[in-house]
Design a protein around this ligand. Sequence first.
Ligand code: HEM
Length: 452
Amino acid sequence: MTESPDTSNTQLDEFNIFDPGVQQCPHMYYAMMREETAAYETRAMGGSLFLVTRHGDVADAALDHSHFSSRFDTGSMEGNSEFSQRLKQLYEDEGGYEPVGTMLTVDPPVHTRYRRLVAQAFTPKAIANLEPVVRSLTAELLDNLIQASSDGASIDFVESFAVPLPVRVMAKALNVPDDRLKDFKRWSDASVAGIGTNISIDERLDAEREVIEFQKYFAAQLERRRITPEDDLLTALVGATIEREDSEADEELVGVPLNVNEMLSIIQQLLVAGNETTTHLLGEMFRLLAENRGEWEALRSEPERSSEVVEEALRLAAPTQGMFRIATEDVEVGSEFIAAGSRMVLLYAAANRDPNVWEDPDAFQPGRENSAAHLSFGRGPHFCVGAGLARLEARIVAEEMGRRLESIEVTNSEQLRYHPSFVLRGLQRLDVTVSAKEVSDHGGDGHGNEPI
Ligand code: HEM
């Protein structure tokens, strides 16, 4: 099935990035922008914002940090705006840790140091070690889903599956105990509350209050790990330093560990990026499989095709629609002139449907030859640090769905609503029914894992 955007009755000048109607289905606007210009200029957040939509331009800009800087968030406490002033006051009153820019919002060479330090904690081995946890959680949540819809009742896949799986996996990775899971999800939601949305100053400050709560919890955990190391990611962060042998190391920073503000910023980024995005991917992957019966049948008969399903869902339903950049000097994108200091968004979601790269780009066709060309995890120095974990989670979910489920249906297709953000795109709810395959087909969970 093709999710072909119908552009016949749509005018590009009706486009408003914050319009909930646009956010429901931005793809028809992206298609028009791609066609019309290499960098579409719109108004947002008090000024011009250039939207870059063509695959080649987006990929080139993501690779070129010297002209397209990630220092778009220079500190919300700086400046004299009402929000900055009240935020500063809030952090003082509540004893919060002043936020500092780390990975996502800094450029190399500062960025390189953070990347290397995080890489020491977030190794492929550490991710692979999470596989049994992901598999047993997937089995447990799928069983719950089967149970809940056994009498034909619909159940919200987002709430009952797509939210808890990444939250619980990330909590496991960060060693958060089960009785703090609800707080953990609340802190994660608070951390993304202001991203790509138009909420009021009071709402943003309420969210910041919860972020401070998150900071205090993790600052205490980090201090505990400093005194008594454990075998976990937090301990790895506390102990991470750059060696003198590292040829790119800044001499002054050799052997210098991360300070607590930096560690909190990194953990917050892992939390935000690790929870919300993966939730959105899982919801969209379920929807795409339910809407494309042929692909669902193919997955059912060959669950090993799960990686192909995941890559195509990532391409078509990029959970991170785009990321901000600032032009460090006058630049050209395609043949469009962009002045130094301009803000832009590299629209990964638009690039992923560029007809110059993919034939029939709006169609869900797992197994495309150039499936790896999608930009859903970005490209270049900021390429998603958690791509391996997100892929692991989604692959296991698709595989276990194919193994365990007979049928899947979406029952609220006519009322699907997306979160009102132009950066993080995902379904608010997805009502589904599922039925189980015969037991002999999958033979229990087949992995001997006890649910955690
Ligand atoms: C489907 C799920 C995910 C998607 C679509 C996604 C997408 C992205 C994208 C597009 C970027 C690049 C941003 C840029 O260009 O500036 C990024 C960076 C990042 N992601 Fe993910 N992500 C996902 C899952 C995860 C997970 C599971 C984690 C952590 C466990 C994570 C952690 C990060 C971090 C820390 C960065 C910043 C890296 C840097 O700036 O060097 N992400 N992600």
